[in-house]
Design a protein around this ligand. Sequence first.
Ligand SMILES: Nc1ncnc2c1ncn2[C@@H]1O[C@H](COP(=O)(O)OP(=O)(O)O)[C@@H](O)[C@H]1O
Ligand SMILES: CC(=O)N[C@@H](CCC(=O)OP(=O)(O)O)C(=O)O
Length: 300
Amino acid sequence: MSDGAVAMNSNEARAHVLAEALPYMQAYENKTVVVKYGGHAMGDPSLGQAFARDIALLKQSGVNPIVVHGGGPQIGAMLKQMGIESRFEGGLRVTDEATVKIVEMVLAGSINKEIVALINAEGEWAIGLCGKDGNMVFARKAEKRYLDPDSNIERVLDLGFVGEPVEVDRTLLDLLARSEMIPVIAPVAPGRDGHTYNINADTFAGAIAGALQASRLLFLTDVPGVLDADKQLIKELSVAQARALIADGTISGGMIPKVETCIEAIERGVEGVVILNGKTRHAVLLELLTEHGAGTLIVP
Ligand SMILES: Nc1ncnc2c1ncn2[C@@H]1O[C@H](COP(=O)(O)OP(=O)(O)O)[C@@H](O)[C@H]1O
Ligand SMILES: CC(=O)N[C@@H](CCC(=O)OP(=O)(O)O)C(=O)O
């Protein structure tokens, strides 16, 4: 085959892909898509680059992408280096005063700027923020209640400086949506009490998506989606089914805040919420711009 024929074929293939993607691109034009980029989905540099390319392409296609990132494993590694042990309750990191400083340093510092740099390298203008910037998010101390099996009395777990977002001011995000900038947000926010709070990145992404009435909220993690007791992917999950899987223990650990956030986001009016594997190259584009959505779609 001549070089010309190869070029023709690859051009044809590209045209075919574009023609298929066009209706989806048009459907998302000027729409907000919040992408939660989990710490487990990061790691491999070429995957990070592919992720950044997807976000840049969305912006270039007229979509308004907003990245909220995590970094749980990276925080764990830094704490370990400093001789601090990580402890989780119901998927949330118990966060004392020393820990919250490291959390802010890792999330709003190194990870945030790495993602900003990756998107900028794709020719776009990313801007790194956390809840503190532009008074975007205020949090309050999280209250996790549980039933003490010995006394049958409801107790409150003290997780230290773990917060839950209670106020989201969209002024800055609305301003950025009208600009060339792509917001990349770390899940750290102040409280009205003057403390800094560590917020689970899923919960934070849900609050942002809810406040903006986003068209889509995507959770990029390290598993194909929500798995059943036999480790098989559940393609669609109703709110009632999701609650039952949490109650019977099929959904555990970090998947609990993720699924709870999906439920809340749907209740707040986010149009579609998907949990999918961020380790699949170009997972974001494949999910949004092709017919074959991957992962678990949560429906009312
Ligand atoms: N039913 C389930 N289906 C899929 N993953 C689950 C389930 N129950 C628990 N998990 C765990 O949840 C993890 C994803 O949550 P998390 O570690 O917080 O991810 P991320 O860092 O991407 O937010 C999976 O790697 C898996 O170990
Ligand atoms: C309160 C709480 O647990 N905060 C999380 C924040 C980071 C996060 O959520 O990161 P992933 O999305 O990678 O899990 C933590 O300290 O690990």
